[in-house]
Design a protein around this ligand. Structure first.
Ligand SMILES: Cc1ncc(COP(=O)(O)O)c(C=O)c1O
Length: 394
């Protein structure tokens, strides 16, 4: 189909005062590419990704934290063309499953360079990963320590400790992370088993807008290193996890600001300790525009509702925890509050309860979500029979 002329209207802009938080310029995919992509037609939601931006972000990350080796969290966007760009930039990887492992192996990533950072893994998955040559495995319980050790006694292990998730738009605390007073039991059991517990990791929460979380996490890790040495273990890995944010509508600290905190906090870590991170969102979000369409509108109890062809099950899920995207449309009507839902029949498929959009939004209108390269297509399912969004790569 042909697209009518687009006059992109930014619905939300960052208020002047909030820019003061960090004025570092952030990169964004040029909207002209979206116009071009739409000229090729539209049959279902798509994510347009520019791998040059992925490369730029990888270089920026390495430049500001020279001691910290990035290992991309594949879960953020497992698109092979994204992975290839990152391989070429010398980025390593962390995985959550053996499907992600197979994907990386098919791209010739050495298994020994892949970190299995999912804290609770099935025995079958550990066996498979070990057989394929994965050496590093995370744990955050005595049970997982024993499980990995029984499958692979020479595994290199790292313990995930609790870290503050204050100021993170997608918190990850609670489900994982050993509490301070529980780490001693894991260290003691590793020493007893003669397991190679060699590292510490933490996650400050995704889209973390508070650099202090990294400082506290690194300090806690240093305390665990001390305990490990006292128990006769040989710590040699500090993994400072993911969480590096990208700009949507809320202010963020730039990677340069976060690097100031991290570089200072790791300055006294011996060179024998490898320092790595697991950025996901930071490397891919800015590289992508997510495009979907309004399938219908309705008024319910006086409130305007808009139904998109991609909702919570189709890629637009992160809004449900409070993340706010920068969304544009082609309409120019006065902004009014809308509820935004996905196309499925499920009542949890509501992306936004009250967001400002032009009052004249209608069936067929396009929706353009900026900086949406991470955790959109990666989350999407075929629930209710709706098609998965496609990934178009520039
Ligand atoms: C273990 C682990 N590492 C890294 C990441 C990547 O986090 P982010 O995309 O916020 O950088 C995640 C995200 O859930 C994770 O679970």
């Amino acid at each position: 189909m042909t697209m009518r002329p687009v006059a992109v209207k930014k619905l939300k802009t960052v208020p002047e005062a909030e820019h003061l938080f960090d004025t570092h310029p952030e990169i964004r995919l040029d909207f002209e590419h979206v116009r071009e992509a739409l000229k090729q037609g539209y049959s279902k939601p798509f994510l347009l990704v520019d791998t040059n931006i992925v490369r730029t972000k990888a270089r920026r990350f390495k430049a500001v934290m020279p001691r910290v080796q990035p290992h991309y969290a594949v879960k953020a966007n497992p698109e092979p063309r994204v992975l290839k760009a990152l391989i070429e930039e010398g980025v390593g990887f962390e995985i959550a499953s053996i499907a992600e492992l197979d994907l990386l192996l098919s791209l010739n990533v050495p298994a020994a360079e892949i970190y299995y950072s999912n804290p609770v893994k099935s025995r079958a998955y550990i066996e498979y990963a070990a057989a394929k040559g994965v050496e590093w495995f995370v744990l955050d319980s005595v049970e997982e320590l024993r499980k990995i050790h029984s499958v692979k006694p020479d595994a290199k292990l790292y313990v995930r400790i609790e870290a503050p998730n204050i100021g993170s738009d997608w918190p990850l605390a609670g489900k994982f992370g050993v509490k301070n007073d529980e780490v001693d039991g894991i260290v003691a059991e590793a020493a007893r088993l003669k397991a190679d517990l060699a590292g510490v990791t933490f996650h400050v929460g995704s889209q973390c807008r508070n650099p202090e979380n990294w400082r506290v996490g690194i300090q806690s890790a240093k305390r665990v290193f001390k305990k490990m040495r006292l128990a006769g273990l040989k710590p040699r890995l500090l993994n400072i996890g993911g969480g590096y944010p990208v700009r949507h509508v809320k202010p963020i600290p730039s990677i340069e600001k976060i690097a100031e905190v991290v570089n200072h906090a790791i300055r006294d870590i011996p060179q024998s300790v490898r320092v790595m991170a697991e950025p996901g969102r930071f490397l891919v979000s800015d590289a992508g525009y997510f495009v979907c369409r309004v399938v219908g509108t309705a008024t319910r109890s006086g409130k305007r509702w808009m139904y998109w062809d991609a909702g919570v099950f189709g890629g637009v899920i992160e809004t449900t925890e409070g993340l706010r995207y920068d969304v544009a449309t082609d309409r120019s009507g006065a902004a009014i509050p809308w509820a935004v839902a996905g196309p499925t029949c499920d009542s949890v498929d509501v992306c936004m309860r009250e967001e400002m959009f032009p009052e004249d939004m209608q069936e067929g209108d396009f929706i353009y979500i900026a900086n949406a390269g991470a955790y959109t297509t990666a989350y999407a399912s075929n629930f209710n029979g709706f098609p998965l969004p496609e990934v178009r790569v520039i």
